[in-house]
Every structure is written in structure tokens, then in C-alpha cells.
Design a protein around this ligand. Structure first.
Ligand SMILES: [Zn+2]
Ligand SMILES: [Zn+2]
Length: 881
């Protein structure tokens, strides 16, 4: 066993074995027929556009912790993996590749492009699966899904047809968000708004009859070419007289009326607004109320068309430039003001989004939102952290219809067929061969595809087999927890709740955990374009997957952002090393015939010693806290609890305490406790560090094929021993205090010191007396004397523990003069160092120009010099005492 445990822990060696081992034994496959309680997670399907980033690494780790811990706790766990076809995003990536070859999609054609994307998808998909496996994710690969699988596509059609028949899907010509680069509609959620310093142009519109003009203000002057009215608020007294008069639109010459509409804000600009029904959503509504003409002056590629007169064929921004120059020339431009406003950008390519009039398909959301609000109000779905609940309510209460058609080729083509003969439409789950109205065979399918979120909103049930009534669906729906990034709470989480309620009659999950954003050390979001992104695979190569996982959850409090740097992964790696080394020590002390499973240990009757009682008590408490913390999504608390238990209680204390007892009468019992606590700790740690724990567990005497199949550590309250914990705490404090004195006073490690104690009370005296041996061994102490206040030794290192006073006489232990001189020199050196830092910090140039991080480091240094100096001064005083 121990022979092949390498001296140095090598994660690459350890990690590569176990995933294959788990897969060969099919350990992650869920059994729909078992009698165990189900615990299900559907993975937020990564976009097939690319490789996984650190945000994924965090989320996959969280889900894996949930799945593995529940599996050990006896649940039938199912983690459904899969990827999303990611409509626009994916098509954009492939189109970019085409562009490098100087081609665009229209030259390639629909079918060829879609085939290209499929090939590309197969390649990327393999990479993503490999990454998930390297991270250790306990996914059930037999249930792997893709949003464009045959069955998932059937689900999409069934949902479309059903909503259409209920009147919840409709087609209409509306102003939608349009990306001129992607040449497709976008939903409201797909537009990212950025505060922009733009311009406000004040333009004169002359009256068509008689002298005079009015002034309108606009941020997008090129749209004036499509104006069909100017509007004022009916309550605006300034403009009462001109309502009903007509204006001559500059450049174009069209005669347009001045109308009154209560939607106009009298405070904006001059209180007179131009109305462009074809290019602005508010104007669109005004136009409908007043029966105005819709003049569309721009095409879908962002270029002006023939209705824009002289500007036909120009890009929208070029048109704006030239038009402004012309208006200026004609004396029609009153002024240009700076104007900060928010401008929408395409979330996939960052192009400025254009409000655009076109025929699109929409889902009527209000009727679906009602039940989804109710479900959360009733607590059937809970958000963690809780603050997201309000954000969810706000969005659903103000929900707008969802534009679901996209003018791209990659995705689920809309199941609607138009008849060339009678003009009717046929909406069908299966491809029809004739028109449902007139029977004509001249039908064409709608060319558009559905928004990618239309299929991902069905993910919790479409992956389990819906629309078929499968065993999986019965057994594993609703799922248990959804863990995801908060950015997609509207795109995805809310819509899943709505569609789950509509089509399954039940919420899709009970708990939603929204994890934080992964940022770099200075707080910037990690992204490829900023060049600060960290690749999970590189981290795994350098530190190991276990170290990456453990670090990420350790430093992330519930729902808060994660500030990552490479250095931080040392935390996980050091912990893995510590556990490896401690386990190696334990294993080396097991004789070849040691069989803890056969030992019937007289469990804690009679002669149990304090360290045993204490470590077993601590183990129960650690197990209870890890369980509680995982259940309340405090993964960092869970990780820190197991870390402290293993590192401090187990490695630093118990293993040290056991060293003297591995020979002699208590040997077998001590070995059993060592084995028992280590084996249990590995199970508690397994969800966080699956590879390392499996590896060590396999080397320990064990039963079964894998630690993944062992039960969780069920805390046994009868083993919780407060008295033992209190006594151990006292002994630990005394030992630490003596060790500190020894190191601060430079006592050579081999020299035995003496210890004088003024105990705070009888109990302290009893405990210290009873366990004097333990203190002697761990603090290298010879005699321990209890003294009264009058017996204080001179020239001692001192410490106070509770109200107990400790003295380590230094006379004869160290050369007092030499030590005094050393400490004096040390004090001088520290004073100098403080002066140097002060110089730096009083230099304005430095403070203003150096990065904040550097300044902070200097301030920190100063603080730590001062603290050390205080200690040195105190120790000097003791030597003179
Ligand atoms: Zn775009
Ligand atoms: Zn027809």
C-alpha cells in the first residue's frame, strides 16, 4: 500500500486514473428504478461556441459538490450533461471563419452553412466533454443531450404549436431590436445597454405655409428622413396654437402634421418630438394611435434605402454625418449638444442595435408570467441568495412580449408554413405536405429560426424525455437544484419556470443557486478580449483539478464574486500536499496485516484517552457543519470546515499526539482511530476533491469499489464530548503559548525548557496535571511547577492563557546578554524599516502614480513592522524582568 505512495503528491498522476475508473464502473449512471430519493441537476448547457472558462469551472464544481455529497448521502443522483446550440453566437463564430476566407453566408448558402456548423459543433462538443471530465464532474454521460437532438427538437415544435393554438404565439409587424451586423432580430434581453456620450441635434422644421419654424431635438438625425409627424404633449401650453398645422420636412420635402399625443414628454428637448413610426418603438405606438404612415428609410444591413433620397446606399452613421453637414449648410441646424444616453448593443457582436420595423413572431408573456410569480411567492422555487427574488419579481411584473424569431440559419426552424395559393398559414408539429386551409402543395416553411433560449427554456424536462412520458421524467422531474450565473436569470431561469409550469404543471426545480462572477484580482470581469482570462485546463495542468476546485469554492462566499489570481490556487495545492503527506505517514504505520474492518474496537468504553475522545468529537462536529453548510449553499464554509479539521485538528494535533502511541498496548487502538478518522475525512472531502480522496481511500484498508459508493459521515451526537474539547483547548493553548515563547526568545529546539504555571483555578490545575506528559512531549518541556503569585520566576518568557499565567525561565536556557543584544539590533532594524516606508508613503509622486495595489502593500508592510517591533520590545523587557 504505502510503498507505491509517492513522496511528492503529483496531481497529474493521480487524476488521470480515476475518471476512467469511475466511467468503467458506470458509477454516475442514475437508476430510474431504484427506491432511493431522487436528487437531480440539469447542467446549464454550455454554449457549443467555445471552451469552458473559469465561470464554468466554478459552476461545475458547485454542481459536482451537490451531486457527490447527495450521492454519498444515499440519494439516487442524476446530473444531466449537455450543450446548447447557441444560435446567433455559434453562427457568428462560423461566419467569422468564412470571412477569413473572404466569403459570406449568402455565397455559401443555407444548407452548406448549417452543415459546416454541425461539423464544427461536433469538434467543440468533444472538447467541452473532455474539460468536464478533467474537472471531475460526475455527469451521467448516458443521458447526454444537445438542444438540437431529434427529441429535443420535437419538444420545441410541440411547445410552439401548443402556444400558438392557445393564442400565446402571434406574428406581427413591430419595432424590434435589430442587429444590422448579425442581420437578425434580438429579444430585449439580448441587448446590452452602455452609457454613451452622444450628441443631441436641434433641427429646424419650417412650417409648410407661412413663415417660421419649430425646433426638434434628436440623437439619431438620420431617422428624420422617415419622419411622418411632429408631436407635442396636449397639455403643453406653449404649443397649443401649432397643433394641426403642417411642416415641410427638411431635405425630403414631405409635408407632415403637428399632432398632440400624451406620450410626449414636455421636459425633453424643446417639448416637440419628431415621429418616426418605422424606426422608434415609442413613435411606432404614436403612429398607430394617429394612423401615421410608416416610412422605412433603412434596410436590415444598416444602410439607407431609396426612401432616404440622396442618402440611398449609405451606411447609417455615414448618412448621419453627411446629413448634419447639409443641415448646417442650409441653416437648419440650431445647435449640437453633448448628450449622455444609453445605447443598446448586440450582446453577441457589440454592434449598435437599431430599432427596426419588421414581421416577427412573439410570445405573449403576461399569461405565462402569472403562475411563475405565484410559484416563487409560495416558496415552491427559492432563490439563493435571497436578494434575487425581488429582481425576479420586478422583471416578471413588467414583462413584455418576447420576440422569438431570428433571421439566421442555425437553430430550430419555425414550424410554420405559408401557402402560395391561399395565403393561409399551417402551424404543425410534423412537416406538412399541403396547406391545411386549401390543400395546395405550394407551401413554404418560414425561413427564420427560433431564439436559442426557446429550446433551452425546456431543458429541465426536454432532457428527461418530454414530450414522451418517460420513466426518467416521472422519476427525476422536478429537478432539485439549478446552479447558474445570475446574468441569465431572465434569459433562462425565469423562462424555465414559466415553461415548466405551463407544460409539466410543476416548477422545474426547487432551489436556484446564483453564483458570483469570476473576476481578476483587480476586480475586472475575466474575458478573452481583456486578456485576463485564466484557462481552467491550464490551472488543472499546473495545480490539479482538485486544487482548482477546492480553491474556487473556498474563496467564494455565497453568491459573491470571485477574485482570482494564479497565486490563489496554492491554497488548494498546499492542502492536497498536506493531506497526501499525512496520509502517507499514517499508511506507513499500518503493518501489512492491519485490518481495521475486522477489529471490533471497544468503542470508547473505559480507557479512552483524551486525544481520542477529542478527535472523534471534532469529527462529528465537522461532519455536521459540512452537511449544514452544503445544504444552505455556503460552500466556502463547508470547505473551510473540512480544511480546518484535516489540517489543524487531524494533521497538526492528532497525528502528533498519536506518535508516541504507535507501539505498545494502545497501538492497535491508535491505528484504528487514525484509520477511522482519515477514512471519514476523505468521505467528507470527497465532493470537493474527488480525485485525491479516491486515490488515498483506495490505498487505505477499505470495503467496496469506490469512495463514491460509501455513505456520508452521519454525525453521531453520542460521540460529541464537550468536556474533552474544553480540556484539549486548554492544553493546546498552553502548548502553543510555550512554543511561541520558545521561538520568540530563540530557544534552541533541542533544549528542554521548564514551565511554571499560576493556574486560574483548581480545574486548570487538574487538567494540566493529568496531561502533563502531553504538554511535555509537544512543547519540549521538562518540569511543570504550579506556583503562587509570589513564585513568579525572574527573566522569563511569559504568556497568559485565559487567566492562567505561564512562565518559561530563560536563565541557563539561552545566553541572556547575547539575546538582549540580538533583540536590540532587531528593534533598530525594524525602526529603520519603518522610516524607509514612511519616506515612500510621504512621497506624493509615489502615492499618486503607483498602482493602488503597490501602495496598499507598503502600508501593510509598515503595519507589520510596527507590530513586530512591539513584540521585540516586550521580549526585551521580559529579559530584564
Ligand atoms: Zn450582432
Ligand atoms: Zn392554402
Amino acid at each position: 500500500m504505502s510503498e507505491d505512495m509517492a513522496k511528492q503528491y503529483d496531481p497529474a498522476q493521480v487524476e488521470k486514473r480515476w475518471y476512467a475508473y469511475w466511467e468503467e464502473r458506470d458509477l454516475f449512471r442514475a437508476d430510474a428504478g431504484s427506491g432511493r430519493e431522487a436528487f437531480t441537476i440539469v447542467i446549464p448547457p454550455p454554449n457549443v461556441t467555445g471552451v469552458l472558462h473559469m465561470g464554468h469551472a466554478l459552476n461545475e464544481t458547485i454542481q459536482d459538490i451537490l451531486i457527490r455529497s447527495r450521492h454519498l448521502r444515499g440519494c439516487e443522483t442524476l446530473w444531466v450533461p449537455g450543450v446548447d446550440h447557441a444560435g446567433i453566437a455559434t453562427q457568428n463564430v462560423v461566419e467569422k471563419q468564412l470571412a477569413l476566407e473572404g466569403k459570406d453566408r449568402h455565397q455559401v448558402g443555407r444548407q452548406a452553412l448549417v452543415e459546416m456548423i454541425w461539423r464544427w459543433k461536433d469538434d467543440r462538443e468533444a472538447t467541452i466533454i473532455e474539460q468536464l471530465k478533467r474537472m471531475g464532474c460526475a455527469c451521467d454521460w448516458s443521458r447526454y443531450r444537445f438542444t438540437m437532438d431529434e427529441r429535443l427538437s420535437r419538444a420545441v415544435r410541440k411547445v410552439f404549436v401548443s402556444l400558438y393554438r392557445k393564442g400565446l404565439i402571434y406574428r406581427g409587424k413591430y419595432i424590434i431590436n435589430w442587429c444590422p451586423r448579425c442581420r437578425t432580430a434580438l429579444s430585449d434581453e439580448e441587448v446590452d445597454y452602455a452609457e454613451t456620450s452622444g450628441k443631441l441635434y436641434h433641427i429646424h422644421y419650417p412650417f409648410s405655409e407661412g413663415p417660421g419654424y419649430i425646433t426638434v431635438a434628436t440623437t439619431r438625425p438620420e431617422t428624420m428622413l422617415g419622419d411622418t409627424a411632429v408631436a407635442v404633449n396636449p397639455d403643453d401650453k406653449r404649443y397649443r396654437d401649432i397643433v394641426g398645422r403642417t411642416l415641410r420636412l427638411p431635405v425630403i420635402g414631405r409635408v407632415i402634421p403637428v399632432i398632440a399625443d400624451s406620450h410626449v414628454d414636455p421636459e425633453f428637448g424643446t417639448g416637440l418630438v419628431k415621429v418616426t413610426p418605422a424606426h422608434d418603438p415609442n413613435d411606432f405606438e404614436i403612429g398607430r394611435r394617429h394612423g401615421l404612415e410608416q416610412v422605412q428609410v433603412m434596410n436590415g444591413d444598416g444602410r439607407m434605402n431609396e426612401l432616404a433620397g440622396d442618402y440611398d446606399g449609405l451606411d447609417r452613421f455615414e448618412c448621419r454625418k453627411r446629413l448634419v453637414v447639409r443641415l448646417q449648410g442650409e441653416g437648419l441646424l440650431e445647435k449640437i449638444e453633448d448628450h449622455a444616453h444609453s445605447v443598446g448593443h448586440c450582446y453577441r457582436c457589440d454592434t449598435v442595435v437599431e430599432p427596426y420595423l419588421s414581421s416577427q413572431w412573439f410570445v405573449r408573456m403576461k399569461p405565462l408570467a402569472g403562475p411563475a410569480l405565484e410559484a416563487v411567492r409560495q416558496g415552491r422555487v427559492k432563490f439563493h441568495p435571497e436578494r434575487w427574488t425581488k429582481i425576479y419579481f420586478d422583471w416578471l411584473e413588467n414583462i413584455r412580449d418576447w420576440c422569438i424569431s431570428r433571421q439566421i440559419w442555425w437553430g430550430h426552424q419555425i414550424p410554420v408554413w405559408y401557402c402560395d395559393d391561399c395565403g393561409e398559414i399551417t402551424v404543425s408539429e410534423n412537416d406538412p405536405d399541403s396547406c391545411a386551409a386549401c390543400g395546395s402543395r405550394k407551401i413554404r416553411q418560414d425561413e427564420d429560426v427560433l431564439d436559442t433560449w426557446f429550446s433551452s427554456q425546456l431543458w429541465p424536462f426536454s432532457t428527461l424525455g418530454w414530450p414522451d412520458q418517460t420513466g426518467d421524467l416521472k422519476r427525476f422531474y422536478p429537478t432539485s437544484v439549478l446552479s447558474t450565473a445570475p446574468e441569465i436569470i431572465f434569459f433562462w431561469v425565469a423562462r424555465m419556470i414559466m415553461s415548466g409550469l405551463e407544460f409539466m404543471g410543476e416548477v422545474p426545480f426547487n432551489d436556484v443557486y446564483l453564483h458570483g462572477t469570476v473576476r481578476d484580482e483587480s476586480g475586472r470581469k475575466m474575458s478573452k478580449s481583456l486578456g485576463n482570462a485564466v484557462d481552467p485546463l491550464e490551472v488543472i495542468d499546473q495545480f490539479g483539478a482538485d486544487a482548482m476546485r477546492f480553491t474556487m469554492v473556498s474563496i467564494t462566499a455565497t453568491g459573491t464574486d470571485v477574485y482570482l489570481s494564479r497565486e490563489k490556487f496554492h491554497l488548494g495545492r498546499n492542502f492536497a500536499n498536506k493531506l497526501w503527506n499525512a496520509s502517507r505517514f499514517v499508511l506507513m504505520n499500518f503493518p501489512p496485516d492491519f485490518d481495521p474492518l475486522a477489529v471490533t474496537v471497544p468503542r470508547f468504553e473505559g480507557d479512552q484517552d483524551l486525544p481520542e475522545r477529542w478527535i472523534l468529537s471534532r469529527l462529528q462536529e465537522a461532519a455536521a457543519e459540512v452537511t449544514r453548510a452544503i445544504d444552505s449553499f455556503r460552500f466556502n464554509d463547508a470547505a473551510q470546515t473540512i480544511y480546518k479539521f484535516i489540517w489543524h485538528d487531524w494533521c497538526d494535533w492528532y497525528i502528533e499526539l498519536s506518535k508516541g502511541k504507535l507501539e505498545g498496548p494502545r497501538a492497535e487502538r491508535t491505528r484504528w482511530v487514525l484509520w477511522h478518522v482519515l477514512e471519514a475525512s476523505l468521505r467528507l472531502l470527497h465532493p470537493f476533491m474527488p480525485f485525491l480522496t479516491e486515490d488515498i481511500w483506495q490505498r487505505l484498508p477499505h470495503q467496496g469499489e469506490s469512495i463514491y459508493q460509501r455513505p456520508w459521515v452521519d454525525p453521531d451526537t453520542s460521540l460529541v464530548d464537550r468536556q474533552a474539547e474544553l480540556e484539549m483547548a486548554l492544553l493546546q493553548e498552553v502548548i502553543v503559548a510555550v512554543r511561541t515563547i520558545r521561538s520568540e526568545m530563540n530557544v534552541p529546539p533541542a533544549r528542554q525548557a521548564d514551565l511554571a504555571v499560576i493556574p486560574a483555578g483548581e480545574e486548570v490545575r487538574t487538567v494540566l496535571g493529568a496531561h502533563a506528559e502531553l504538554v511535555r512531549n509537544l512543547a519540549r518541556v521538562g518540569r511543570i511547577d504550579f506556583v503562587g503569585p509570589e513564585g513568579k520566576p525572574r527573566a522569563s518568557g511569559t504568556a497568559v492563557v485565559g487567566k492562567t499565567e505561564l512562565f518559561v525561565p530563560l536563565e541557563g536556557l539561552i545566553d541572556l546578554d547575547l539575546e538582549r543584544r540580538r533583540l536590540t539590533r532587531e528593534a533598530d532594524r525594524l525602526r529603520d524599516a519603518v522610516v524607509q516606508v514612511d519616506k515612500k508613503l510621504s512621497n506624493r509622486n509615489f502615492v499618486e502614480r503607483a498602482p493602488q495595489e503597490v501602495v496598499r502593500r507598503e502600508q501593510h508592510k509598515r503595519q507589520s513592522y510596527l507590530e513586530t517591533l512591539e513584540k521585540v520590545k516586550k521580549n526585551l523587557a521580559r529579559l530584564s524582568g
